[in-house]
Design a binder for this molecule. Sequence first.
Ligand code: SAM
Ligand code: SF4
Ligand code: SF4
Length: 341
Amino acid sequence: MSALVDAFGRPLRNLRLSVTDRCNLRCSYCMPEAEYVWLPKPNVLTFEEIARVVAAFVTLGVDELRLTGGEPLLRADLPVLVRMLAARPGLREIAMTSNGVLLGEHAAALRAAGLQRLTVSLDTLDAATFRLLSRRDDLDRVLAGIDAARAAGFAGLKLDTVVIAGVNDAELPALLDYARGIAAEIRFIEYMDVGGATQWSPEHVVPRARMLELLRRSHGPIRELPRTDSAPAERFVLADGTTFGIIASVTKPFCSTCDRSRLTADGMWFTCLYATHGTDLRALLRDGADDDTLRARLAQVWQARRDRGAEVRAALPDRRALAAAASLRQNPHLEMHTRGG
Ligand code: SAM
Ligand code: SF4
Ligand code: SF4
């Protein structure tokens, strides 16, 4: 069978699976509002439904799965799901992105269940800035969670930092040193105007070039590493061999090689982070569609895919926040914490 590609020749390889829309933090760049409209509980896919959908995706070329959310560790019995998915042939990698707060309790069980890779979001090492950014007082728990992940044997740990001008940009050198000290690779992410980021404005973005300038000043010469895959991060190396990444989704979008799509906890499939419409896979599943019908629908949607959301946004003359809070309440599927980062 020839590989499934979209209208621009991009394969379907990477699925981000949001297992819950709930979160225990309230990051200012993702969940700044006072209240949220949550997905109705009965709509949330069961583990069996998730496993069936994942099996269909795998037959179409997906070999990399990332569990995300909301905060994935808020989904009860997550190791049970990981075990079910890890037993499936065809998946090269099962990874998870977490805010780390609950990792201390769950890291060992997830590792034992077959989770291979872990990315922890860490925006600051300063307790006051953490409180300001996330509206919670949990920095110590996040750092303890990272320690627990290392103790559980997660090799190749990654840290993700959303960089916001005037908030945590001065901390880039310290964060890089922290990552180096625990043998993790840190990726600095440009603050994106995704759904949920209702406070976004161009002035808050620290462009890739500025990040490199700050890090050159603190850490000396930086060399760019050649790209080896379609991953969003550009990778760099310091003179001492320390590597780090930059995800420049705002100033240097990478839509031309994008092989990712996202499935919400209630089974809506989005082929772009910025897509306003998705495909309702829950309805298909619960209406009794067989595996061939499910696969055919996925293939049809992917073949028609023409998304290049970040490039379209980058070309806007007056770029402002993507969505206002009122429209997010009407359509929570637009939220980053719902569709999964
Ligand atoms: N709760 C988990 C966490 O924070 O790691 C997983 C879900 S979160 C939506 C996934 C990633 O999206 C996080 O690394 C977060 O920093 C990133 N993210 C959320 N809003 C963003 C924004 N406006 N710009 C850039 N990255 C963002
Ligand atoms: Fe922060 Fe992740 Fe929660 Fe969004 S989903 S508020 S990025 S911890
Ligand atoms: Fe892929 Fe859409 Fe992100 Fe572009 S904006 S990299 S097409 S998810």
